[in-house]
Design a protein. Structure first.
Ligand code: G5P
Ligand code: MG
Length: 223
């Protein structure tokens, strides 16, 4: 049996670039554990935890939550799946977060979705989310089987409070100023892989082929 080394990946891209959509395909095809910072925050808001209540206004205004809060939250969750291969979605989003992650784990690869802002604005206004699972739908791209209901649970779908057009503009601004420097950080470490396009279905085969190559070389390293 070939022992597979733990594989650690990050998916990056502007709000609405398809990180959640592509993450679902990656976890299905490659069995990585998916950790989404946004899903964790929204679960806290829904459960009205102290953290959720504190962070809600920040998120609704399209601002990033403080680095120390976010890093503590994600690193705590990663500790529980230490022996698994994982995919981080939405974290790190600032250079201090990337450094906090780096202090504990070495990231093998960073998948960067490079999707034009104009495409994103159209997508987010027609997004519907199943909040408990983070599953996303889009009226044009991947509509639910029954309008307004999640395919797997039949539970109602909601629109995210931060998907209002003016908030999307603020999230894109935060991405430009705070998150783009993280791309440079990973480029300089030689682990950044960028995929450009306006349609997830066209980008996906390239990501899938890339991960097949990456994961097979990862297994060979320990074979
Ligand atoms: P999130 O939750 O991390 P964002 O803003 O990074 O939020 P978001 O909005 O979740 O990213 P996504 O996951 O990149 O977008 O995209 P998606 O949901 O898969 O796709 C978007 C829509 O497009 C969906 O409806 C999908 O069906 C559709 N779609 C996909 N592909 C196509 C296509 O090819 N064609 C069409 N037509 N449609 C398509 O973070 C939220 C907030 O939490 C805080 C911040 O406040 C942040 O704003 N936060 C953090 N703060 C600090 N540090 C961190 N690390 C933080 N993480 C989260
Ligand atoms: Mg997402």
């Amino acid at each position: 049996m070939v022992l597979q080394r733990v594989f650690r990946a990050v998916i990056m891209g502007p709000p609405g670039s398809g990180k959640g959509t592509v993450s679902a395909r990656i976890t299905k095809s490659f069995g990585l554990e998916h950790i989404s910072s946004g899903d964790i925050l929204r679960a806290n808001i829904k459960a009205k935890t102290e953290l959720g209540l504190l962070m809600k206004s920040c998120i609704d205004q399209g601002q990033l939550v403080p680095d120390d809060v976010m890093s503590r939250l994600i690193l705590r969750d990663l500790r529980t799946i230490d022996q698994s291969s994982w995919l981080l979605d939405g974290f790190p989003r600032t250079v201090p977060q990337a450094e906090a992650l780096d202090d504990v784990y070495t990231v093998d690869t960073v998948i960067n979705l490079n999707v034009p802002f104009q495409t994103i604005k159209q997508r987010l206004t027609s997004r519907w989310t199943h909040l408990p699972s983070g599953r996303v739908y889009n009226i044009d791209f991947n509509p639910p089987k029954v309008p307004g209901l999640d395919d797997e649970t039949g539970e109602p779908l909601l629109q995210r409070d931060d998907d209002k057009p003016e908030t999307v503009t603020r999230r894109l601004k935060a991405y430009e100023t705070q998150t783009e420097p993280v791309l440079e950080y990973y480029r300089s470490k030689g682990v950044l892989e960028t995929f450009t396009g306006t349609e997830t279905n066209k980008i996906w085969p390239h990501i899938e082929a890339f991960l097949h190559r990456k994961l097979s070389s990862n297994s060979q390293k320990v074979a």
